[in-house]
Structures are given as C-alpha cells and as structure tokens.
Write a protein that binds this ligand. Structure first.
Ligand SMILES: O=c1ccn([C@@H]2O[C@H](COP(=O)(O)OP(=O)(O)O[C@H]3O[C@@H](CO)[C@H](O)[C@H]3O)[C@@H](O)[C@H]2O)c(=O)[nH]1
Ligand SMILES: [Mn+2]
Length: 359
C-alpha cells in the first residue's frame, strides 16, 4: 500500500460479510476516490464487452475479475442467462459471491457529501438499513423508526413494532438522477441537488423502480431473486435489468415476509449516459412496463413457494403464461430465469444440516 495515503481510512463495517459487485464496460478509475470507504472490502468485478481488453484495477484493492470468457467457462451452456453488453451482467457477481451481503455500484459513481459537508460512507449506511428491521405492514410517518433519534409515532400498533427482517437497501443519487431516456431528453440539464435525510420501508404490496447503481441486499435471504434478466446484445430490450430484478425481488420479499428500504445513503452519479442511445435500448421496455408492472402487481404466489428460489421458479412459470402474449421475448426470459436458478443452485448448493447427515 506504499504510495497511498490511507490515513483517512474509515471503519469498514462487516468487511468479511460484504462483497462489492461492479459491472463495467469502461474503467475502474472511480475506485481511487472510494479508497477510504471501499478498499477494505473484497471486490467482484464483472467486465462486460470485449474480454480481450485488459482493465486495470487500482492498486491495493482485493478483487476477483470475471470477463465473458470466464462466465462461459464457469457456467458452460448456462452462461446464456447472463446478459452481454448490459449492466445486468452484474448478477453473475451475485452468484459467485459467498458473502451474506452484496453492495453493487456503477463505475461512474463517486463519494457524495451530506449537507454538513461530511463524506458519506455508503456501505455503513446500507448495513444499518439491512441490520435493522423494516416496517412493511404499517407506515411510520417519521420514516425508519430504527434510526437514531427517532421512534414509532403515536398510533403505531405495538404488535407491529418488532418489524420484519430487511432484505434490500436501495440507496439514492445526487447529481444525475436515474431518469429514463424521454425524461433525460426533455430535461437534459436537470440535476438532483436535494438531499433528503430519510430512510423508509416500501409498504407490502407496493412495487418500486429499483435502480442497481447504489444497491445492497442480503443474498442469503433473496439472492436467487436478484436476477437482472436477459438484456443487451442479442435481446430486444436493455436497461430494464434492475427494474426486472426489483419487481421480482419485491414480490418475493412480500411473499417471504422480508422488508425493502429506500432513501439514504446517497452517492454522486457523475455521468449522464447518452439519451438517444438509451432511447434505442429502452423503447420496448417503455411500452412493456405498462404490462410488466401490472403483471407483478397481480402475482399471487402459492404458499409452497417458501424460499426465494422456489418463488422465482413460480414467477418464471407465470412470466411464460402471462407475458408471452405481450411479446415472444418473455418466453426466452422465462427460460433464462430457470437457467439462472439452476446455475445459482449449482454454485450455491444448499448447506446440509450436519446434525441430520447420516441420521
Ligand atoms: O453494456 C453495458 C453498459 C453499462 N455497463 C455498466 O453498467 C453500469 C451502469 O451503466 P451506465 O452508467 O451507462 O448506466 P446509467 O444509465 O447511468 O445507469 C442506470 O442504468 C441502469 C440500467 O442498466 C443501471 O443499473 C443504472 O445504474 C456501469 O458500471 C457500466 O460500466 C455494462 O457493464 N455494460
Ligand atoms: Mn451511470
């Protein structure tokens, strides 16, 4: 680590329980600025695009790097469920991780400051969100009652104050907001400068547009549901990777009794992707979201679906049944969802309960 001023290294909470997953088709220079907060964690880098390109990982980081050749080698024919030329390739990193928590971040994101000028430790805040309960059954008007300096408000039933285990922590972005291409086109200069000091649980039965830019989750609870779909080159749709994962994972959380929080922490999203290119990639998704969202809103999973993987298999079956009429692509997506679960289970075999082995 010689040559680096690491004096400012802040605490790295739960460093052995968190993997940081980064999809990249650009460069990893952004990691230089993150040293105080990320350098103590293990990185899983998913290099998208041409595998012959050598990408440089800033010195001092502990990492695994996978390109397309590695994905093909590790998954064999099942590699076809991992998107190519789409940020959704990141979910390969979720699959090869063995940690409890995943934090995933884009390569054009930087450390943001809170209104007092203090740099925000994104992972510390995500861990707080994930390690404290969620309240999906009744809304607390003072937001997350488990944050310091706040509590449940008057009228909050005591029977609900225990909350439920949190599975997903969705962080937000200062500067370039996560807008779709049409909104980017009409508001090219819009920047998010509003720092809202709030974390809240998304209520049970309510879906939301999950962005993969600044996202943490408990992979032991919902890992198999965090499939970022089949998008990008060779597919009719791109840039709905995180949306698909977010809708499915929220339905799974609701089914299994887990919570989803959104709000803090913020990071600084620096690069506006080209809205014309994005429009080309997104246009089918813009139409299909009018069917995809009601599909997920109306999904009713059976009580036999009591794990994330079982829920996901059921969602795949329903995708084929209900969405193929929207476009034949959904049949392919439904098959890829099954392949994803098969690959997940191969790389993450269920842990046998030692006490019962040979009994
Ligand atoms: O073909 C690709 C394109 C991108 N990536 C990597 O994915 C992330 C996000 O890419 P980008 O910054 O271009 O996208 P945004 O529009 O700013 O971000 C949002 O779009 C979502 C949909 O994919 C994404 O989750 C959001 O954060 C970067 O790290 C790129 O390098 C890629 O791997 N392959
Ligand atoms: Mn970006």
């Amino acid at each position: 680590m010689a040559g680096y001023n690491l004096e400012g290294i802040k605490a790295a909470p739960l460093k052995d329980d968190v993997d940081i997953v980064i999809p990249t088709i650009r460069s990893l220079d952004f990691l230089e600025q993150w040293r105080p907060f990320l350098q103590h964690y293990h990185l899983i880098i998913v290099q998208d695009g041409d595998p012959s390109i050598k990408i440089k990982v800033p010195e001092g980081y502990d990492y695994e790097l996978y390109n397309r050749n590695d994905i093909n080698r590790i998954l064999g024919p099942r590699a076809n469920c991992i998107s190519y030329k789409d940020g959704g390739c990141r979910c390969f990193g979720f699959m090869v991780s063995k940690k409890k928590y995943i934090y995933t971040i884009d390569d054009d994101c930087f450390v943001a400051k809170d209104p007092s000028g203090k740099e925000i430790n994104v992972i510390a805040q995500h861990i707080k969100n994930l390690e404290t309960p969620s309240t999906p059954h009744y809304f607390n008007t003072l937001y997350d009652p488990f944050r310091e300096g706040t509590d449940f408000v008057r009228g909050y039933p005591f029977s609900l104050r225990e909350g439920v285990q949190t599975a997903i922590s969705h962080g937000l972005w200062l500067n370039i907001p996560d807008y779709d291409a049409p909104t980017q086109l009409v508001k090219p200069r819009e920047r998010n400068t509003r720092y809202v000091d709030a974390v809240m649980t998304i209520p049970k039965g309510v879906l939301y547009p999950m962005c993969g830019m600044n996202l943490a989750f408990n992979r032991e609870l919902v890992g198999p549901a965090m499939y970022f779909g089949l998008m990008g080159e060779g597919q009719p749709i791109s840039r709905y990777d995180d949306m698909w994962a977010g809708w499915a994972a929220k339905v799974v959380c609701d089914q299994l009794g887990f919570g989803v929080k959104t709000g803090l922490p913020y990071l600084w999203h620096s690069k506006a992707s080209n809205p014309f290119v994005n429009l080309k990639k997104e246009h089918k998704g813009l139409h299909w979201q009018e069917d995809m969202v009601p599909f997920f809103q109306n999904l009713c999973l059976s009580k036999e679906s009591d794990t994330a993987a079982k829920c996901y298999m059921e969602i795949s079956k329903m995708t084929k049944e209900k969405l193929t009429k929207v476009d034949p692509y959904f049949e392919k997506l439904a098959d890829a969802m099954v392949t994803w679960i098969e690959a997940w289970e191969e790389l993450n075999p269920p842990v046998k309960n030692e006490a019962f082995v040979g009994a």
